[in-house]
Design a protein. Structure first.
Length: 358
């Protein structure tokens, strides 16, 4: 793998030339990032699911050994390498033809995810199997997170190394997935507005959405963009930065900071830079948060509650993931036993994997 960067001669800011820098316009044309399961691979997944359910394997603690695969297991190692150290994402397609129940789909998703990393908690309730669905909550509430609403979600990163989504049901309209390379966004920011790019390497306050540990401040302070060794590491959650403004002890954002945030969203949404994906039932998308920004267009559900848009979500900690700055596991999140970002893990909260949102 080539991981090269050079410093811009005028500004001294790093500009990266590596596999993490891609443009959506190129990848839309040649979707080598879509991994369509062969008939044989589908059967391997089906057998692994049947085996895991028969043995009553716990979805919380499920490991690769609980979801043994043949040739597809070998392919997942390659896909995992591409996600963690290559272009940063993959779409696995073709499970819809198996006619799996919700329980079986959740098992397949969790089992395939186990081949990439260890599932960590996504919220203060200890959910390792998340549900992206409209729960009828008000997004203006300071503790409501965007994934619980049908609202448009601007470009952002999640916690943990990898975020995975599996499409169970689509919306009546909208809900398009959009991603962009945060390294490409960074390079373009340096090219167009180096003053604002420099601003993005400074520390910002992000709300913890009311999900802080006892004794922890309700916000964390880290830089949205920071070079670590030979790659850029991004933690960009504009909604969390803006909501932190209402918290005591948080300094008001400067005009430059607001412009820098807007610039990231604007560049990530650029026609040349972003890549759109329309999920089909059974699709699994896996993204490396440190290198990929994701967004979603607003959506409208079918009127029947049992037909609403429903995605399952995993946050995965990957012992073989890229090297990260210390603040990822000291200030932003805790640390797993293997030293990786631990999601939103409150002490004493038992991890669970519910099949339905609660
Ligand atoms: Fe997200």
């Amino acid at each position: 793998m080539s991981t090269e960067f050079a410093c811009d001669q005028e500004t001294g800011l790093p500009v990266f030339q590596n596999e993490q820098c891609w443009y959506g316009r190129d990848l839309q044309q040649s979707p080598e990032w879509v991994y369509e399961l062969s008939g044989r691979e589908q059967l391997e997944v089906r057998d692994a699911v049947a085996n895991a359910i028969e043995r009553n394997v716990d979805l919380v603690s499920m490991t690769t050994a609980d979801f043994a695969l043949g040739s597809f297991g070998v392919r997942l190692v390659e896909i995992g390498r591409e996600i963690k150290h290559g272009r940063g994402f993959a779409l696995i397609r073709g499970l819809n033809t198996l006619g799996l129940t919700l329980q079986e789909q959740a098992c397949a998703f969790r089992g395939i995810g186990a081949h990439f990393g260890e599932a960590v908690s996504q919220n203060a309730k200890g959910h390792v199997l998340g549900h992206v669905a409209n729960l009828g909550l008000d997004y203006s509430d300071p503790t409501t997170r965007g994934y619980q609403t049908p609202a448009e979600l601007r470009f952002h990163t999640d916690a943990a190394d990898i975020v995975g989504l599996m499409c169970i049901q689509r919306a009546r309209s909208g809900g398009l997935s959009r991603i962009a390379s945060s390294t490409t966004v960074w390079n373009e920011a340096v090219r167009h507005r180096p003053d604002l790019a420099a601003e993005l390497t400074k520390t910002y306050c992000f709300t913890r959405w009311g999900e802080e540990r006892p004794g922890q401040r309700p916000f964390f302070q880290i830089p949205p963009f920071r070079q670590h060794r030979e790659r850029m590491v991004a933690v960009f959650i504009a909604g969390a930065i803006e909501k932190a403004q209402a918290l005591p002890g948080v300094a008001p954002l400067t005009r430059q900071q607001r412009e820098a945030i807007a610039l990231v969203n604007e560049l990530a949404g650029d026609d040349e830079i972003r890549l759109d994906m329309e999920f089909r039932p059974g699709d699994m998308q896996f993204l490396l948060n440190h290198g990929i920004l994701h967004a979603r267009t607003a959506y409208e559900d079918f009127p029947e509650p049992d037909k609403r848009r429903h995605l399952l979500r995993l946050w995965l900690a990957c012992p073989d993931g890229p090297a990260l700055p210390d603040y990822m596991t000291t200030e932003f999140q805790g640390r797993t036993a293997s030293g990786r970002p631990d999601g939103i893990h409150l002490p004493g909260v038992e991890l669970k994997a519910n099949l339905f949102p609660d």
